[in-house]
Design a binder for this molecule. Structure first.
Ligand code: DNO
Length: 390
């Protein structure tokens, strides 16, 4: 497997030379400074590639090439947005960036309610708390229907949390929920969020599926021509958020997605933490079922709670059997190798990580600490070497 590391370019306080000390050999990045929907210029991609190469890394996976909200909503004349996406794909392909991670989550990307939940010994982790998410939706956003999306006892606890909360608690909650949106664009306040939700009115699961299929029909053939692989990132968490349908949440969704546009170019970012946050998902089983569509892997773990809350566990702890998952990925690599594929190695990155030790002393992108991910990478590397016997 190819050890990779997510780097946010100039928005990242972690330098490429620090990353080289982790032993990772590939960088996963994006031109986060370019607004969604605009073309990624060939020169900007080439400059980023050269900078990464000069630091001794390869750049073959882009995370993410974002899909504009208008495409997810299927709104208006989308020809310019599709053409721009295809042009960015061509510009990436010209630089040898051949794997495109993206998502089709409406409005928000990964969603947590707490960016610094305590872990024994002084570390912190990311947490999704069903009670606080419910409080946010019901009381801060005023979305009455949210009561149907949570168990009754969660709704009761959410009322209590809100009544007892301070202004500071509420703004920390909003900031945590917004933290998943990468790059510098599109963070919302409550009024902005309400406005954006209005734009999704009347758009249900079927409509989002139709719009997703349309996107694949528009960009899939280009991916095939250019030799690119599209790798959709599953919903995180795998449940509807703010009442907006999420349609890449489990095995059934993936089966639909891969048949909606049946091509190996239409593939998956196997994110064990996202899929693993639903009790319905057996991650190693899902990985085995769709192995030939896995173009990239995010490896991390979560510990789930009965009410739908979960916390990010250390990479080898939590509910997903990471060793079993890695066995599946290694078996798929072997299959590709036997089939004569030169590019049989699957890139993966240690996803997220606890904030550990000196991580507390610097400002870092939420979820992406240096030491926490270094620990994750070291543990995953150990499992991979152990399983392969190398
Ligand atoms: C979270 C990430 C996601 C991912 C996007 C891909 O840490 O895994 O934000 O980059 O969903 O489009």
């Amino acid at each position: 497997m190819i050890e990779s590391w997510r780097w946010y370019g100039d928005l990242d306080n972690i330098s490429l030379s620090e990353i080289s000390q982790t032993g990772a050999r590939a960088i996963v990045t994006a031109l986060h400074e370019i607004p969604y929907g605009e073309v990624w210029p060939a020169q900007a991609i080439a400059a980023r590639k050269a900078r990464i190469k000069a630091a001794g890394f390869d750049w073959t996976v882009v995370e993410s090439l974002p899909v504009h909200e208008a495409i997810k909503r299927g709104e208006g004349d989308l020809s310019r947005l599709f053409a721009n996406y295809r042009q960015s794909m061509a510009n990436l392909a010209a630089q040898g960036v051949d794997t495109i991670c993206y998502n089709f989550m409406p409005l928000l990307d990964w969603t947590r309610t707490d960016l610094a939940a305590p872990v024994a010994g002084g570390a912190t982790c990311l947490r999704f708390d069903a009670v606080r998410m419910c409080a946010f939706e019901l009381h801060m956003l005023g979305r009455q229907d949210a009561a149907n999306d949570y168990a009754q006892d969660v709704v009761v606890k959410a009322d209590a949390w809100y009544q007892a909360s301070s202004e500071e608690d509420r703004s920390a909650l909003l900031a945590a929920i917004m933290a998943g949106i990468p790059g510098a664009f599109d963070r919302y306040d409550i009024a902005g969020l309400r406005q954006e939700l209005l734009a999704y009115q009347g758009i249900g699961r079927d409509e989002i599926r139709t719009n997703f299929k349309r996107f694949l029909d528009e960009v899939g053939p280009t991916a095939e021509e250019l030799g690119l692989r599209l790798a959709v990132h599953p919903d995180d968490p795998p449940r509807n958020i703010l009442g907006l349908p999420r349609i890449v949440s489990g095995g059934g969704d993936l089966a639909w997605l891969f048949s909606a546009y049946d091509s190996v170019a239409n593939g998956l970012t196997l994110c064990s933490g996202s899929l693993g946050a639903s009790a319905k998902n057996d991650v190693p089983e899902i990985a085995a079922k769709f192995a030939d569509r896995i173009h990239f892997a995010h490896l991390r773990n979560v510990a789930k709670e009965p009410d739908g809350s979960f916390e990010e566990a250390a990479h080898l702890d939590g509910d997903t059997d990471m060793v079993a998952l890695i066995r599946v990925l290694l078996a798929e690599q072997e299959r590709r190798k036997r089939a004569g594929r030169e590019d049989h190695l699957i890139p993966f990155r240690p996803d997220h990580g606890h904030v550990l030790l000196s991580d507390h002393c610097r400002e870092l992108v939420a979820g992406y600490p240096l030491i926490g991910r270094l620990r994750g990478l070291a543990e995953l590397r150990g499992v991979i070497r152990g399983v392969t016997g190398a």
